[in-house]
Design a protein around this ligand. Structure first.
Ligand SMILES: [Mg+2]
Length: 287
C-alpha cells in the first residue's frame, strides 16, 4: 500500500505511517469550515486491557485532542460504550471536548444524565437478578452495571467458557422484553435504554451544523456508526476485520498519528481564534 510519512515526533515503538488515501481524506476534511472529530476510546485511543478500569489512552493522544478542540469550528467528541462516569475517571480530556457515554445515552454537556424511570428501573432490576444466575454458573465472567445497561464481560475466559457464559446470557435475554443486545469484543451488552453511536453522531452533527464528521473506532458498535454516517463523512476502522469504514489504521499508535496529522492540518486551515478560555492550553506555533 502507498504510504506517506506525515508526522513529527513519534511515540516510541509506534509506526506513524498513514496510508496516502487517508492522508488525502484528512487534508480535505481539515479544510472544511466546520467539523466534528469523534473517537471511540477502548481499542482506538486506549489499548485493550484485561481490567477495564486500567485502560488509558496512549500517551499524548488526549493532549492532542484537547488542542484540536481549542481550534475554531472544530468540535471534538469521545463516543464510547462506557458509562460517562468511567470516561470522566479514565480520560484527561477537558472541555470543550464532549464526552458521550453509554453508546450515546449520556453526554457530558447535559447537566443530568437521563435517569431510569420506574418501568426501566423494574426491568433493569429483573435483568440484574437474572444475570446473577449466569455468574453463579460462570464465576469467571463479570457483569458491569451501567446506568442503562448490564454488560457481561468474558475477557480472560477460555473460548469454551466464553461460549457457555454468552449462551447462558442469551438464554436470560429471551426472558426479558425490550432489551437492545449488542455483542462486542469479549462483551455482551444488554441495554434497557439505547441510542447507538451512529444516531448520537448524526444528532451531534445536526445540532452543531457541521460540514463533516470524522469517526474512528474499532468495534461492533462502531460498525453501526460507520454504516449510518453519510458519504460526506470520514470513517476510519482500527485493526483487522470486515468493516463499512472508508479507511483503516492498524492500531492505537496509528490513531495517535492520525490525530497529530489532523491537528497540524487543521491548524494550517484555521483562522486565528480559539475555543478555549485558557490560552496556555494551546501549543505554541511550531512554524
Ligand atoms: Mg472500542
Amino acid at each position: 500500500m502507498t504510504s506517506t510519512r506525515i508526522t513529527s515526533p513519534m511515540t516510541p515503538g509506534s509506526d506513524p505511517t498513514l496510508a496516502a488515501p487517508l492522508v488525502d481524506a484528512l487534508q480535505r476534511f481539515a479544510a472544511l469550515p466546520r467539523v466534528l472529530v469523534a473517537m471511540d476510546f477502548d481499542g482506538t485511543l486506549a489499548p485493550l486491557v484485561d481490567e477495564p478500569m486500567d485502560a488509558r489512552a496512549l500517551p499524548g493522544s488526549e493532549e492532542l485532542l484537547n488542542e484540536l478542540s481549542c481550534l475554531p469550528e472544530t468540535l471534538v467528541a469521545l463516543v464510547s460504550g462506557r458509562a460517562l462516569a468511567d470516561l470522566i475517571e479514565l480520560t484527561r480530556l477537558a472541555e470543550p471536548v464532549l464526552l458521550v457515554g453509554s453508546h450515546g445515552v449520556e453526554r457530558s454537556s447535559e447537566a443530568q444524565a437521563p435517569s431510569r424511570d420506574a418501568t426501566e428501573q423494574t426491568r433493569f432490576a429483573a435483568l440484574d437478578a437474572d444475570l446473577a444466575t449466569v455468574l453463579r454458573d460462570h464465576p469467571r465472567a463479570r457483569v458491569e452495571r451501567k446506568p442503562h445497561s448490564l454488560v457481561l464481560h468474558t475477557r480472560g475466559l477460555s473460548g469454551q467458557e466464553t461460549e457457555a457464559a454468552v449462551r447462558a446470557a442469551e438464554e436470560v435475554v429471551t426472558r426479558h422484553t425490550g432489551l437492545v443486545v449488542t455483542p462486542g469484543k469479549e462483551v455482551l451488552e444488554l441495554a434497557t435504554r439505547h441510542v447507538g453511536k451512529g444516531v448520537a453522531l448524526l444528532e451531534l452533527a445536526q445540532e452543531h451544523s457541521v460540514d463533516s464528521v470524522l469517526f474512528v473506532g474499532d468495534d461492533v458498535t462502531d460498525e453501526q456508526a460507520f454504516g449510518v454516517l453519510r458519504p460526506t463523512d470520514l470513517t476510519v476502522k482500527v485493526g483487522q476485520g470486515d468493516t463499512a469504514a472508508q479507511h483503516r489504521v492498524d492500531d492505537e499508535a496509528q490513531v495517535l498519528a492520525l490525530v497529530r496529522a489532523l491537528l497540524e492540518l487543521r491548524r494550517r486551515a484555521a483562522r486565528p481564534a480559539t475555543n478555549c478560555m485558557d490560552p496556555s492550553r494551546n501549543t505554541p506555533d511550531e512554524a
